[in-house]
Design a protein around this ligand. Sequence first.
Ligand code: BT5
Length: 268
Amino acid sequence: MIPRIDALRDPVLEKALHEARHNGSQAQIYAFQRVSSTMEIAHELAVAGAAEGTLLWAVRQDQGRGRLGRTWESPEGGLYCSLILRPNRPQTDIPQLSLVAGLAVVEGIRQLAQISPSIRWPNDVLIDEKKVCGILVEVRDGAVVVGIGINVTTKLSDLPSSATSLHAAMASHSNLRPPTSDLLFPLTGALCRRFQAWYDEWSAHGFGPIREALRPWIGLFGHPVHIIAGSRHVEGTATDVDEAGRLVVRLDSGILRQFEMGEVTLLR
Ligand code: BT5
């Protein structure tokens, strides 16, 4: 569709991903050995008219990014993908997609790695309190791109000290055999299927069903949290996620306050 992007595609990877996805989706898959960021390519393709469900996938990224200009370390061994979406819901609901993706990630990881992660609202997935996955939702020119990064066999020496990988987490559980890079394809497949199921539910019924499914995975409730909202620092106890996906916090003053996704960094 865009010659420069087409020239970089890897048909062997694309075939493996098509087989792994097997969810009946006809949406295109673009897979690469190396890109700057799957988000960048996804936005370019979205502007050029790519269909909903188009998947971008890369073995490694040179300029993987997080929120607010932060870096996402993306060496070989991680799963890096972006999905192009054209949601039918109001603009104000779009940040909820971060939790829709989080739900798909925890279900996919549990299914394939037999390990139960937790969701740190609004966009991180943790194992043993360390970050194994980050999620990024970006809106440009009416299209939404959801990016997901998961450390699978990534070397811990290539990651910040706050991070872990599925390999490291499983190696520390003596009854689990650590994954190899072969897990990348089935994990992507499970992720696509779980995301599609929850995205359809969200498109039809809004955040309610997501909220119910999500609650057991949120490790924060009852725990003290430290929130940075703009230039303000706030402390309190996380109590719930409300019907719009906002985090409900009882402040140390006793007042309940909801925090919008996107305005907050949660230090826990
Ligand atoms: C995120 O941002 O957690 C969103 C990350 C999204 C990455 C995916 S990969 C596919 C797609 N293409 C992209 O270019 N991005 C998306 P944030 O909440 O801002 O967290 C960023 C912070 O996480 C960094 O400042 C580090 O502290 C930490 N970090 C960086 N790389 C990491 C990694 N590989 N694993 C765990 N933590 C990491």
